[in-house]
Design a binder for this molecule. Structure first.
Ligand SMILES: [Fe+2]
Length: 230
């Protein structure tokens, strides 16, 4: 959970359910001297202007991607030595890899939006004209990063974003409860003692949530309470 989440304000209406606003506090500088006071930044701005790119035109979106084939190098697969993953059959491993890569890239996409917001604030706060010019170029660059991740996740991996905050917190809380006083238990004995937590299709979370609630945009973005008694 980010600081933004902990202090953020969710908009209650359904129209704005996908927005989260949070207070930022900083001094914005309006600069009255338009002469260059930072020559080195002027050069950086000139270079940034020349090196602009267009994610829609400069990347080859015609390349076919099979989301169940290895997209990232195997050494970047965090499950590569994980015994339960190794026990899966080939089809299950492909499904997990697809979900795992989509999840990982979704996190990058959220991070790029954070960079977009942060660089936009830098435009406000820096006190030199050239710095504002250069920072403005970076804002545009961060927007392209979000654009490209979103397009890749949507068109190539078939998932606009994989992360679901309700599922994440549901299992974090459920697992944490099983660990009270049991921190030294090894994974195999924990698994044997908690079969419901490793059950798939339907998973434990589906005992507590309807599909509509679990797959809603609100559930993806904030933790919702269960709507089913179990
Ligand atoms: Fe970025």
């Amino acid at each position: 959970m980010t600081a933004a989440h902990s202090s953020g304000r969710r908009h209650p209406s359904s129209t704005d359910a996908e927005l989260e606003s949070f207070l930022t506090s900083f001094d914005a500088c309006y600069v009255w001297r338009y002469g260059a006071v930072k020559d080195e930044l002027r050069g950086l701005y000139a270079k940034a202007k020349q090196d602009q790119w267009d994610g829609a035109l400069d990347l080859d979106w015609s390349i076919e991607v099979d989301p169940e084939q290895p997209i990232l190098p195997p050494e970047l697969n965090p499950l590569v030595d994980y015994p339960p993953y190794l026990k899966m059959n080939a089809r299950e491993q492909r499904e997990v890899r697809h979900s795992q890569v989509a999840w990982q890239l979704s996190q990058f996409m959220h991070g790029e939006q954070g960079a977009l917001l942060a660089t936009a604030q830098i435009v406000n706060t820096v006190p030199w004209t050239e710095a504002k010019f250069y920072a403005a170029q970076q804002v545009a660059d961060e927007a392209r990063h979000v654009e490209v991740y979103r397009r890749y996740l949507t068109e190539k991996l078939g998932v606009p974003q994989k992360y679901n905050e309700t599922i994440t917190w549901f299992y974090l809380i459920a697992v944490a409860e099983t660990l009270v006083g049991q921190r030294n238990r090894d994974f195999e004995s924990w698994k044997a003692a908690n079969p419901a937590l490793v059950r798939r299709s339907p998973g434990l979370v589906q005992d507590f949530y309807s599909a509509d609630r679990l797959n809603s945009p609100a559930a993806r973005q904030t933790f919702l309470l269960p709507d089913r008694a179990s």
